[in-house]
Every structure is written in C-alpha cells, then in structure tokens.
Design a protein around this ligand. Structure first.
Ligand code: G16
Length: 555
C-alpha cells in the first residue's frame, strides 16, 4: 500500500544517519543543539518528519526548519522548528520532536504511523494529495550542507513540498514562514524572499525616521556569522548617510574561516565578558553593536574618555523601545487606549525592572529563559515589548493595537507624525521573532528621534553591577528551577544555601539554572558593588559545584 511505501522510504532514507549509541537528545531552549558530528544528522532527519507532521496538522501550513547553533562554537550545530506565524514550535510538540530524535532508524516507519494516528493526520493524503509544506535555511557553519542533506532525505521520503532558502539569518527564515502563511490573509506579512525582507525593513526604516538625522556612524560586529553577508545585502536597500540614512561600518564579517564564528566577538561574548571584542578599535563614544552567530540577538556598547566599557544590553533596548513607543502613542493621542507592557527574564538587571515599573510606570512580567516563553507572555499586551538581557527580543503589536494605530483620526500634524511613526514601527519590528537587524534599526530610530547619544541612553538608569558564571557539572539536569527560574527546587537544600549568601549581600540577587543550549549550569548574581556581585556569583557557583558533585556521587 501507499502507507507501506512511505514507511519503507522513511527507514531506507535514514540509513546514512544512524542513531548513535548511548546518546539522548532533547528539544531544549532553542531546539536541538550539540556537537555537529555526534548524531545531529539523525536528529535533523527526525526533525524533517516533525515538520511534515506539523504542517499536516496545521492544514498544510508552511513550517520552517532552521539549521543553526547561534551563539555556540563553530563545531556545534542545531535545528529548530518554526510554527506557521513565524514563532517557535508549540511546546506540546517538543515532545514529539524529542521522541522522534531518539528513535532508531528501523522504527521510523512505525513511529510515523503511530503519530499520524495520534495526531489524526492522514498519512496517505499527506503523501499524494494535499502536501505538507516546509521551508528551511541554514547559517554559515561548515556542517550545514550535510545536515540539510539529512533534512531533505526525510522530507523526500514523505513527499513534502519544500523550499531551500540556502543561507539565511534565523529571523529571515521566520519572516519567510510567516509570509507564506499570511499571503492570502487580511494582514499579509510581506514577500517571502530575501529582497522582500530587505525592502520591507528599509521602507519601514525610512518612514519611521520621519526626517530625523542619525548622528555619527554605527559599527556592527557580525560575530563572523551569517549576519555579515546578510547585513551587506540589507545595506544596499537602506538609505546611506549622504541621503539622510544610516552610516554602518561592518566588522567581523569573515564567514570563510569557519573557526572565527563567535570567537572573541559577537553578542554573547560582549554580554558575558562585559567587554568589547579584542579586535575592536572603536573610539570613545562611538556607537557599536554586536550580533550573534545567527543574527537574532543584538547588544550595543561604547567606551568613554577613560576607555571604560559601557554595555547597552537587551534590558536597555527594551526600555528604550518601550519608552519611545509609549511616548509616540501619547503624542498620537492613543496612549490611554493601549495596554503597553514589558516582558523580561530573571537575567534582567534589577535596576531596569525598577525603572520600567517606577519611572516608566509600565507593567513588567517575568518568564523563564527562552524566546518562546517571552513571546507568549508579550501577547497578553496590546503592545508587548520583550527582551532577554542577552539581546534577544522584539515588540509585538496585537490586532487591537494595529486597528487603533491605523484607524485613529489625527487631530493635529503632531498626532499625524506620531501615528505614522507607530505605523512604520509595526513593519520595522519583526513581529515573528527577535531580529538583530530590525532591533538595530529600531534602536537607531529611537535614538535619532530623541537626539540621544549612547551616553544619554546610558544615563536613563544605573545598572546594578552583575556577573554571569558558567559552571560545568556532571549532570546539569539535576538542577530544576521554578518561579521563572528564580529559585531551585532541586537538588534539595541548594536554594537555602543560595538564599544564605544572597541575604548577606547588599542589594544581592542571584540564581542558578541549567542551560538549555549548553552542557552547563548558569549562575547570575547582582549586587550594589562589582566586588560583591563577583563574590556572590562565586559563592553560588560553589554551591552548584558542591550539589552537582553530591548528586553525581549518589547516582
Ligand atoms: C538561545 C535562546 C535564548 C536563550 C539563549 C541562552 O539563544 O533562543 O532564548 O537566552 O539560548 O539559553 P540558555 O541559557 O538556556 O543556554 P541563541 O541566540 O543561542 O539561539
């Protein structure tokens, strides 16, 4: 039967991608992530099946698959699935992905059949009449082409209709997915092509600028990743400095040397080390920013006259964006009609949270790490600004907000300008997912409207000194966090030790949580002084080490 043909093809096509012995794969914070050569091809093959099923379950909507390990080292890679509106795969489905990734080749046919039954998806229709649709892309990692081959192998076995977008940034792939699925809807997202993405961004940028001028140039560190070539493409569409546009200097855009990716540069390096890339030769007060390996994160920074480094991270972008949008809404005369809020994680600097609540008077929500959690929480507002401190985030406008912005009758030229700026922001800001290019242009627009230097931006509030530490333990999974990852539920006793040190620290706050993308536990600590923050971080790291070892010796 046709069903047998499909089941056999699934088993046969999997042959070059066996499940490695003794490995257990888990769909984590950002999909599957690991060293690229220890069975990731098997996982990617399985993800092809997940994407096909997901498409079918959503009435043949287009599903995205992105091959990237973002901020992780060059030898790693990973894969994640993008849902029809360009957001992350629905959480319930992460389990199917995990189950399939851990399936032996010989059982792929049977498990596929079982899932089609469980999910009420017709395996025969899937193949011959109404086809599943998948679009995919990869970043610049050397392991990408092999993994794409594995992906195509399972998509071919299931006769999926697919488009290979080649090399893209992660947010560009999310853009493509949403464009495909909203093509015939009342709110089409745009044109599902690279040019379509660049044009949409550039046009919205020009409108949102509204004749404002950007002071000086911006140096963009592309982490030697896919952001480099794609930013060069975007620049062809953006107005340049001599046309009232933006003067961008691209650095760390070497995608030829694979080992250069994320090495001593990029958003994760800058945020974690709290310093500029060693290769930077920025002069005092020059605006600089760093993207990560797949260009979905961005942080800003500058050095002052004393060569002191100042970081403007995701919290700063969130406050700048929320402030700017709330102001424009007030000027437009629609401020009281819109519920604006900010979503952060436990990594948000305490000073930023206080500033948003007390000075900006906006509500703040806290969620666990992972864009999927923040994105979901941001949907509860008319305009939800969400950012992780590491620079991953965006702003969501719901239908109510869009209707109000587009439908309001301006009573003055001032109101009209503000409404038009807000309208442009809806397109400038990538509504599907955090996007470093879009966040960069939003930041530039907001700074230009305020005529702010990075120092002015920095002056809005004073960050509490903080420290991030990475602790390697025998099994990170014994660390289970609760309360938006602010407390450890297990191992028993560990949280009490952390509390003990926190209580001894002036303005101390700290937490530990297992990373979802690296084999380590992360520790964050903040305090009134840098010395205390460092001390607290080291104390908590020691607690993690001790309890990690203890759990290992028991098992
Ligand atoms: C991914 C996730 C982010 C998360 C980061 C670190 O970022 O998309 O939401 O903040 O990993 O996560 P963890 O602390 O669990 O390792 P990226 O840029 O690597 O995709």
């Amino acid at each position: 039967t046709i069903q047998d043909e499909v089941k056999n093809a699934l088993v046969q096509n999997a042959a070059p991608y066996p499940l490695p012995e003794g490995k257990r794969f888990q769909y984590g914070t950002a999909g599957f992530r690991m060293k690229a050569d220890v069975g990731l091809d098997h996982v990617v093959y399985a993800v092809g099946i997940v994407a096909a099923l997901r498409s079918k379950r959503r009435n043949e909507a287009t599903i995205g698959v992105m091959i990237t390990a973002s901020h992780n080292p060059a030898e790693d890679n990973g894969v994640k699935v993008v849902d029809p509106m360009g957001d992350m795969l629905e959480q319930e489905w992460e389990e199917y992905a995990t189950q399939l990734a851990n399936t032996e080749n010989a059982l792929f046919g049977d498990i596929y059949e079982k899932l089609t039954n469980d999910l009420l998806v017709d395996p025969v229709h899937q193949v011959h009449t109404r086809k599943s649709k998948v679009v995919f892309a990869r970043d610049t990692r050397a392991s990408g082409p092999h993994l794409i081959k594995a992906l195509k192998a399972s998509l071919d076995a299931l006769h999926v209709e697919y488009t290979d977008y080649g090399i893209l940034t992660t947010p560009m792939l999310h853009h493509m997915v949403r464009c495909h699925n909203t093509k015939n809807s009342p709110r089409p997202f745009g044109e599902a092509s690279e040019a379509g993405y660049h044009k949409k961004m550039a046009n919205a940028f020009k409108k949102a600028m509204y004749g404002r001028k950007i002071k000086g140039h911006l140096t963009v560190d592309c982490a030697n990743g896919v952001g480099g070539p794609k930013l060069h493409d975007l620049l062809k569409y953006l107005p340049n400095a001599s046309n009232d546009g933006i003067d961008i200097k691209v650095v760390n855009d070497d995608v030829i040397k694979p080992e250069a990716l994320n090495y001593e540069c990029g958003a994760d390096y800058v945020k974690t080390k709290q310093r500029a890339p060693p290769s930077s030769n920025a002069v005092p007060f020059e605006r600089c920013c760093s993207l990560d390996g797949d260009a979905d994160r961005i942080v800003y920074y500058f050095i002052d006259d004393n060569k002191e480094f100042h970081l403007l991270d995701g919290d700063r972008i969130a406050t700048l964006a929320a402030n700017f949008i709330a102001d424009q809404a007030r000027v437009a005369g629609i401020g009281d009609k819109l519920k604006i809020g900010v979503v952060q994680t436990a990594y948000a600097n305490g000073a930023s949270t206080e500033y948003i609540q007390k000075v900006m008077k906006l509500p703040v929500d806290c969620t666990p790490t992972g864009v999927k959690h923040l994105h979901h929480a941001a949907k509860r507002f008319d305009i939800g600004v969400y950012f992780e401190a590491n620079g991953h985030g965006t702003v969501l406008f719901n239908d109510n907000a869009i209707d109000i912005i587009k439908g309001h009758d301006p009573q003055s030229p001032g109101q009209k300008h503000a409404l038009e700026s807000l309208d442009a922001l809806i397109d400038l800001i990538n509504q599907a997912v955090g996007d470093a290019f879009s966040d960069m242009l939003l930041t530039e627009v907001a700074l230009a409207h305020r005529a702010w230097s990075p120092q002015d931006w920095m002056n809005t509030y004073i960050d509490l000194p903080n420290k991030l530490v990475r602790v390697v333990v025998p099994d990170r999974n014994v660390f289970k966090a609760v309360d938006a990852e602010r407390r450890l539920e297990s191992p028993a006793g560990a949280q009490a030790r952390i509390d003990h040190y926190v209580n001894l620290t002036n303005r101390g706050r700290a937490f530990a949580r297992a990373s979802g993308t690296e084999d380590a536990v992360r520790v964050y600590a903040e305090a009134h002084s840098a010395r205390d923050a460092e001390k607290l971080a080291n104390q908590v790291a020691e607690v993690v080490e001790t309890y990690g070892m203890r759990a290992a010796s028991k098992s």
